[in-house]
Design a protein around this ligand. Structure first.
Ligand SMILES: Cc1cc2nc3c(=O)[nH]c(=O)nc-3n(C[C@H](O)[C@H](O)[C@H](O)COP(=O)(O)OP(=O)(O)OC[C@H]3O[C@@H](n4cnc5c(N)ncnc54)[C@H](O)[C@@H]3O)c2cc1C
Length: 465
């Protein structure tokens, strides 16, 4: 079999890449994935998972996800809809079955592994298919593959026989048999799980929460890329840039972000030093604060019927408690010293080139592959924006993102493509703005100069720590 491109990984990144090649070129493509359906880790996600961001700018460029509606109820009422697992999986399955495959230009190999050297092996039959790749191999699977979701990760602590400890995927099946619940982990999965428990009517006193760390969280109300939220979001962006241009330390910037209503934290008494780009509304954080039994003794090292063992101590535990393991780490940092570039000879390594925007990044890389022939320009436009753990790392990644953004703005074809791409958050904010919108235009006029000042000051903040 011969194709122009072989894409490894039919996760959200591989699908975004495929979509652009499908619509912007006449290339033939093979796409291979270990899973039985497109969507990558969403196949293994817990049933109540939702996007952190609005559906409006998730997915592939050519197809809307969702209906541009606002959440009608719940803790995100009045805010743009965020697709859940089944909607996301349906979206990708429908694209594959009803758009890409019928064209005859795309061959899909589910339940298959890429072995290298153009060889694909079925994980069920073992049959090997040899593929001659005329143009490039696109590795859109390696980064996602480093991360883990609760259903597939291997616990790094021991659970004694007889102790109930499940992934959030199994909580609905086990919850009716338990009196109390202990959520393990401090990230977004743990937050989702606490909110699920509260939403099913479990009183906060029946929930305990092992939180080894605290994170800064984006306050959803003020980071909404939707035309109806233009003013809070652009005013928020302006406040962030002003802080980045003037703050002297990371801590000062954090304080500014909290004061501006852009970041919040679950416990106002604990100063977080970490940031994983989770997003939560004010009502969600208020709900999370209802859980008072927060165990801060480091990570869990073991659970027996009598106690929870942690890095910094032990807690007695009673019968009837269900432990919910939310300790998987979804985003793993790349070792940038060893990471080859995005455009690497006849391989394309699909990575993030805009902070925590993997799908926009994959689509833009595909667009560059389709339209840009200048190797030096491609290199300048594709610095990697790594995952981040601490606030300082987040700021460093923002600086890289600004450098990429500047390079993109210098290439007319790329600039206009971004401005019309649905995976670009700004596209949704600017929708429908005309010459008569003087207040909006004035506000937007401040963003460019402030970005330049922020890029100048960021290295100072990082040096001061
Ligand atoms: C709870 C949760 C919520 C999230 N919410 C958002 C959000 O709101 N917005 C956002 O932008 N991101 C969000 N993310 C991040 C999310 O990880 C990305 O959006 C995206 O789904 C990652 O897709 P991916 O294709 O890069 O990786 P994956 O989903 O991991 O897909 C990679 C695929 O490649 C396959 N693969 C790898 N190597 C091989 C091989 N050799 N042969 C065959 N197949 C291979 C894997 O099996 C896998 O299916 C969220 C993540 C989680 C866990």
């Amino acid at each position: 079999m011969e194709v122009d491109y072989l894409i490894v990984g039919a996760g959200a990144s591989g699908m975004a890449f495929l979509d652009v090649m499908f619509h912007e070129t006449d290339a033939t493509v093979a796409i291979v994935d270990r899973n039985d359906a497109p969507g990558g880790h969403w196949n293994d996600a817990y049933p109540f998972v939702r996007l952190h961001q609005s559906s409006g700018f998730y997915g592939v460029p050519s197809r809307m996800l969702g209906h541009d509606r606002m959440c009608a109820d719940g803790l995100n009422r009045g805010l743009p809809e965020m697709a859940g697992k089944s909607e996301i999986l349906h979206y990708y399955a429908d694209l594959m079955e009803n758009t890409y495959l019928p064209s005859g230009r795309v061959r899909y190999f589910p339940m298959s592994e890429y072995l290298g050297q153009g060889q694909i092996r079925s994980r069920v039959s073992g049959a090997v298919t040899d593929v001659k790749i005329r143009r490039k191999l696109v590795d859109a699977g390696f980064w996602g593959d480093l991360g883990r979701v609760p259903a597939t990760h291997r616990r790094n602590f021991d659970v004694a026989p007889g102790v109930g400890c499940v992934a959030p995927n199994d909580i609905a099946r086990h919850a009716p048999d338990h009196e109390s619940f202990c959520v393990l982990g401090a990230g977004k999965t743990a937050m989702d799980t606490v909110i699920w428990l509260l939403g099913r009517g479990i009183e906060p006193a029946r929930i305990s929460w092992v939180r080894p760390n605290d994170f800064w969280i984006f306050q959803r109300e003020n980071v909404v890329p939707h035309r109806d939220f233009f003013f809070p979001t652009i005013r928020g962006a302006r406040a962030e840039l002003i802080s980045l241009s003037r703050a002297e330390t990371v801590a000062e910037h954090c304080a500014n972000m909290e004061k501006a209503g852009l970041w919040h934290r679950i416990d106002p008494q604990v100063w977080p030093d970490r940031h994983h780009a989770a997003v939560a509304s004010l009502a969600e954080v208020a709900a999370l604060r209802q859980v008072r039994d927060v165990i801060r003794k480091g990570r869990v090292t073991g659970i027996t019927p009598e106690r929870i063992e942690l890095e910094q101590g032990t807690i007695a535990t009673g019968d009837g408690r269900l432990f919910i393991d939310c300790t998987a780490s979804a985003g793993v940092k790349l070792n940038l010293a060893e990471q080859p570039p995005v455009f690497d000879g006849d391989t394309i390594n699909v990575v993030m080139i805009r902070p925590f925007q993997p799908l926009f990044s994959a689509a833009l890389i595909a667009h560059m592959e389709a339209t840009v022939d200048d190797a030096e320009m491609l290199r300048r436009c594709t610095r990697i924006t790594n995952f981040h753990d601490t606030v300082a790392e987040f700021l460093a990644v923002q600086l890289t993102g600004m450098a990429n953004q500047y390079q993109w703005s210098q290439v007319p074809g790329i600039k206009s493509w971004i401005e019309s791409c649905r995976l670009n958050a700004g596209t949704h904010l600017l929708a429908g703005i005309g010459a008569e919108d003087t207040e909006k235009l004035a506000l937007l006029g401040e963003i460019g100069p402030l970005t330049a000042q922020a890029a100048q000051n960021l290295p100072r903040i990082l040096a001061a720590g």
